[in-house]
Design a protein around this ligand. Sequence first.
Ligand SMILES: Nc1ncnc2c1ncn2[C@@H]1O[C@H](COP(=O)(O)OP(=O)(O)OP(=O)(O)O)[C@@H](O)[C@H]1O
Ligand SMILES: [Mg+2]
Length: 152
Amino acid sequence: MPIIRAEVWASEDDTRVFAQRLAAHPAVGGAFIELHGELGAGKTTLVRHILRALDIGGRIKSPTYAVVEPYETPGFPVWHFDFYRFNDPREWEDAGFRDVFATPGLKLAEWPERALGLLPSADLVIRIEAQEDETRHVLLKAQTPLGVELLP
Ligand SMILES: Nc1ncnc2c1ncn2[C@@H]1O[C@H](COP(=O)(O)OP(=O)(O)OP(=O)(O)O)[C@@H](O)[C@H]1O
Ligand SMILES: [Mg+2]
């Protein structure tokens, strides 16, 4: 049974604090995390804060055109996927995504619904909903024991 938590991020500061806590968790290096939400919900923003908290410097790109951006940390690799423009299932094999998901490391995926049926089941599903103000309503769904560990 999945475990669901609801949070409110009052500002991007809260997004950053959540990212820092997640990045500091010893289990994060083996997690697959899905990020759901409309355009501009704050998925990439959350990923950027996670990458920064993992001490990944330099330019953090939005992977929309490349589908995936790989990063290295001292402890584990990180892959930031954005499946927004993913529409050819053959790319899954051709681009080596199957191999990525067979490799240990942190995987973060925006627009995972566009690769439905190809992606494995996520440890943690994060759903971000932007409100009229800067506030974000956030649902965290843990679907595996690892995901439960990662919950606040
Ligand atoms: N509490 C908040 N958390 C995250 N982002 C916020 C927050 N408040 C405001 N923002 C702003 O909202 C925008 C979110 O854009 P972002 O690129 O992260 O969205 P996205 O969900 O990745 O969209 P897309 O589906 O187009 O990739 C950023 O400009 C960010 O600064
Ligand atoms: Mg994005």
